[in-house]
Design a protein. Structure first.
Length: 174
């Protein structure tokens, strides 16, 4: 079982942190050229554009599913996760409307407690309590905190035994 990626969205719908774990053993089924028509754009720019697009798609999906759950089940119902044939999305929202999202293998059980622990023990401790971290993240200024990133990496490794079974790819939205 493995973890694929992790996102944090603020209350203004901005992705303020994202991290991907790359599985070295999985074959890449994606074509080398982008279907979005980015032409002769450098590879690093394409990756940044893809990461932003992925974050927007994930947030849009969350927004729609949360709304649907509340309309069908009432205000007391909460959206926790969904599963496709390829991945499972786990969701946790804090009282301050931060949204923590974890994409994992479909065989992984409920990760709500894990996301709560990431928020309570890592995010609050290393980001919220840091005098160098901004209170708000305007214009997508992301979480850039080495203690948080290292703690997240160790925490995921302790749960999944090596993170995503490969190397990690980190990007903080800026």
């Amino acid at each position: 079982m493995s973890v694929y990626s992790f996102f944090i969205f603020d209350r203004h719908t901005e992705c303020i942190y994202s991290k991907r774990w790359v599985d070295k053993h999985a074959p890449s089924n994606r074509p080398k050229s982008s279907a979005l028509g980015h032409g002769d754009v450098p590879a690093s720019t394409k990756k940044a554009m893809k990461d932003r697009d992925d974050a927007k798609l994930i947030f849009g999906t969350l927004f729609s599913l949360r709304r649907m759950v509340r309309q069908l089940g009432g205000e007391e119902d909460a959206f926790l996760s969904y599963r496709t044939g390829e991945y499972k999305l786990h969701y946790f929202e804090t009282p301050t409307q931060l949204k923590f999202v974890l994409l994992t293998d479909t065989r992984v059980g409920n990760m709500r407690t894990v996301l709560y622990q990431i928020w309570a023990t890592l995010y609050v401790e290393y980001v919220v309590k840091s005098p160098l971290s901004p209170i708000e993240h305007p214009d997508g200024i992301g979480v850039a905190n080495e203690l948080f990133e290292g703690g997240l990496e160790r925490f995921i490794e302790s749960i999944f035994g090596g993170g995503g079974n490969g190397s990690s790819n980190h990007s903080t939205q800026q």
